[in-house]
Ligand binder design. Sequence first.
Ligand code: ATP
Ligand code: MG
Length: 462
Amino acid sequence: EEIITDYARKELKSYKELPINFYQIQTKFRDEVRPRFGVMRSREFIMKDAYSFHLSQESLQQTYDAMFQAYNRIFSRMGLEFRPVMADTGSIGGSASHEFHVLAESGEDAIAFSTESDYAANVELAEALPPAGERPAPAEEMQTVATPDQHSIDEVADYLEVDADRLIKTLIVLADDQQSVVAILMRGNDALNEIKAEKLAGVYSPLSYATDEQIVEALGCNAGSIGPVGLAEKGVKVYADHATRTMADFVCGANQDGQHLSGVNWERDLPEADFVDVRNVAEGDPSPDGKGTLSILRGIEVGHIFQLGDKYAKAMDAKVLNENGKTEIMIMGCYGIGVTRVVAASIEQNHDDKGIIWPTALAPFQISIVPINYHNSDQVKAATDSLYETLNEAGYDVLLDDRKMRPGAMFADHELIGIPHRLVVSERGLKEGQLEFKSRTAEEAENVEQSDILDFLKNRLA
Ligand code: ATP
Ligand code: MG
């Protein structure tokens, strides 16, 4: 972003040059903490990145929409099963953002989809609606219960024989000043959404959990028995996921080691917290657009588009003259495709026990030619070389396997590396004027008249 913004501020002078889009396909280096799965997440990879410049939100939106459509066409043509989903704009800032995810069990991202509408969002972003309905009146007295050696939510729930959803867990994170702490309350079974949490006012970003020493210092007890009662009096800011708002007679830590409180109720036993959306949505939650429920699938992020707004241009003073002859800060969009990751994601979706099955658009070669006895039979060599030339001239990307190997071993290699189509040239076939053709996904090979080969391929590979 900075490099391109610098380039743009030097090159662009007038609104007449806008909108404009700069792009590159280049090696990227990132100090990934956990590189893994080969080219799926590496410290060096290839990315297509593009940056657009505008003077109005309307123009940015137009380019963004065009990019959105182009990305859909690109990934469709690649034969990928993918979904565009709403995404968090993260540290890069900006307003609108979409990620393109290839659906795969092995994906690192969780994606929430509505069962009844087009709603799709990365779980990092997906909104959890506040619970409907009112909070029941307190029915129990608050009391301290001994929970010796019970630390996790499940342990405490089992020990007290209550459902984990009756428990409130208390997470302690660092405040903005990195000294004091903030408490976040969650329903027992829910998972904290760290992206939502680090956006809460007063919470340090990136989200950092308080260490055991920081907890003892701030609250006077150990992490396993923290609870919300009395926290506000200690001057600790308390946020609570809004799923906890309708809970009554709940169980929580007692701020004393080995003790919990049961029959706890908002207002009566502790002041109402600041209720916010801070959990991950879960399978079966209502969709935020009000249509249907959410189901969660895993995805691999292969593309990402953002509206950056003036974040970079403002900081770097990237201006052009507008229609009135006045200088004006530009606004930007940025658009990335993980070129190397696409390759890995495609294999993840298209393979069998023999190896890769490339979709035509991604295959390094469309056709392989496997001659039998290339090195001993002049007839096979001549027919193979001429076939290779004919196909190349017709515009096909052809791999000629002239290794001195058994046909079976060559076939296995071509299946392993996923070449979509294979032609075999043999003395036996040539005698009948025939070649043998087999697609990577076909069960059986079939014979094709040598003289018809171009027409045949034109039909088959269309
Ligand atoms: P991730 O969330 O997977 O770390 P990102 O959101 O940081 O990715 P972007 O800045 O959006 O990545 O980069 C654009 C695209 O580059 C991503 O959509 C992804 O396909 C690809 N990409 C990002 N990091 C890597 C990496 N370490 N290795 C391979 N591809 C990557
Ligand atoms: Mg991204």
